[in-house]
Design a protein around this ligand. Sequence first.
Ligand code: GRF
Length: 216
Amino acid sequence: MARLKVAVLISGRGSNLQSLIDACAAKDFPAEIALVISNRAAAQGLARASHAGIATATIDHKAVADRAAFDAALDRAIRASGAGLVCLAGFMRLLTPGFVAAWRDRMINIHPSLLPAFPGLHTHERALAAGCRFAGCTVHFVRAETDTGPIIAQAAVPIRTDDNATSLAARVLEAEHRIYPLALRWVAEGRVRVVGERAAVAGAEAPDGAMINPAG
Ligand code: GRF
């Protein structure tokens, strides 16, 4: 079986990248990481990639003229790697509409909220301030507007009364590390189809029942 080549774009810690590296280490996983690109040379995720023997590149956004030039350099590097899918994993740069269009339905992102609630930054602080009973994370295809696009998978976690942004972020991050490899597997297996801006996953079922918080 030919494995789908993937380019992962990061800016920092790279814990989600690590979850993808770990998943790809399994012989029967249908994807492999061909290249990890960071816009920051100091990103911890670059060391994770090197440790796993994966090719890395740094494209410093401050060293190029503008967003279009940055995205053109990204595009060149991704294509040269042979990747057919882009995974954003804590990549903190806005992408130009042209780049997003070029990778339409071939670029996925993980976001630490139950989209469409709380796009953008500080998701956990905002979920706590709103008094939400659940938080979570979303893997979705990327569209030009930040943190929008057809949803592939979500995980919900309860918010506890004694949570702060740090404790909630840790609970959500664990869920991120579960659903990103899962979503990548489905995409690489060709099971995810976008129809009318909704993504359907062939052969995947919704779980039964409701999670209720507080539980009473
Ligand atoms: C994650 O919470 C991810 O959902 C968001 O940025 C964070 C990146 O963390 N997009 P890491 O670099 O993967 O550890």
